[in-house]
Design a protein around this ligand. Structure first.
Ligand code: AVJ
Length: 334
């Protein structure tokens, strides 16, 4: 089945592909910029090719990675109350929908209150979007999916998500934690400008806690998170003709208390030269050189409410689990 940039995949599922899809050139440009920078860095968005998305699904099943389970329990407990806060039929927008597994709890709650529902997921991985949207439209006859494959920022700047519906936007999974604070603020502000006063944003975020719990969640003894990180080296080998030796790099994740984030790295185990022809870059790593692959910021409720008010929202309610590990805040566009 050929897919057009914007086109109906099925009768109730339309896929809009970002006019500037994530081209290899973009990947190559970002790799070149990141490996010519000091310290070396790569964007976590490049984790999510097919294998990366599957490895992330595996991470969400790890006993150490509590985020997904705790968030799912909060959605199961408070989903009805959250959609009930809007009193009228809603449409649902979601940033970073991934497999949309948790989203079903919100869709269920909404479809208990209204006959039909429009769901607008946005994700960097078109394949993940197509897979989840086909599964959702098969499972929910009253659901219509308008999916957007691409990067959040150009999508929001192009106001592709603006609509006349009462909208509940979802930003779950502590995905907000992947953005540097100024970028998180810009993203929430952009999203607010695509919504109308009175629309909602349900944001899920991981709370600050003991270093040992956080470092275990991001460096599990099974090695799944290490594989998730090393996959980006393998991806450069696959897509950019690089010659990374994955065994010559070690994964490391540390809690940075001052910065408020878990920082993930791939560390060179020995001095080595790596060539990445399609990015026109070669790197001479010294032993111990680190490539920063991801920051996962952790928050307090007050920090999220402060970020929200600076981005155009007021806090309606916040739910946390009994263990105080994770939170869901329902924000309203001011
Ligand atoms: C999907 C970005 C929320 O940072 O917790 C999981 C990705 N990285 N284990 C996170 C991730 C390492 C995850 N987010």
């Amino acid at each position: 089945m050929t897919r057009t940039t914007t086109g109906a995949v099925t009768e109730r599922f339309v896929l809009h592909r970002d006019p500037h899809p994530l081209r290899v050139a973009t990947f190559a440009e970002d790799v070149r910029a990141g490996l010519e920078a000091r310290p070396y860095q790569l964007s976590p968005k490049y984790f999510y090719d097919d294998l990366g998305s599957a490895l992330f699904e595996a991470i969400t099943r790890l006993p150490e990675y509590y985020l997904t389970r705790v968030e799912r329990d909060l959605l199961a407990t408070y989903g009805r109350e959250i959609v009930g806060a809007f009193g009228e039929p809603i449409a649902i927008v979601e940033l970073g929908s991934g497999s949309a597994a948790k989203t079903r709890l919100v869709l269920d709650a909404a479809l208990e209150r209204q006959r039909t529902l429009v769901y607008r997921p946005v994700d960097i991985s078109a394949d993940a979007l197509i897979e989840s949207s086909l599964a959702l439209t098969a499972a929910y006859p009253a659901l219509r999916v308008e999916a957007y494959a691409g990067d959040y920022f150009p999508m929001l700047r192009a106001r592709r998500l603006a609509s006349t519906d009462r909208v509940l936007a979802l930003f779950l999974g502590s995905n907000v934690g992947n953005f540097e604070p100024p970028d998180a603020r810009e993203l929430l502000t952009l999203l607010a400008s695509s919504l109308r006063p009175g629309d909602g944003l349900l944001i899920g975020y991981d709370l600050k806690k003991d270093r040992s719990i956080l470092e275990l969640a991001y460096d599990d003894p099974t090695g799944v998170t290490a594989a998730f990180n090393k996959n980006v080296l393998a991806r450069m080998n696959r897509e950019l003709g690089a010659d990374f030796d994955l065994d010559a790099f070690r994964f490391r994740a540390n809690w940075d208390d001052a910065g408020g984030a878990v920082r993930s790295y791939l560390v060179a185990e020995r001095a080595q030269r790596v060539r990445i022809p399609l990015a026109e870059v070669k790197v001479d790593f010294s032993r111990g050189d680190a490539i920063h692959t991801e920051s996962s910021y952790k928050f307090s409720r007050d920090e999220i409410v402060a970020l929200a008010s600076r981005s155009g929202y007021t806090e309606r309610v916040t739910y946390t689990d009994a263990g105080g590990r994770y939170a869901l805040s329902l924000l309203i566009v001011a």
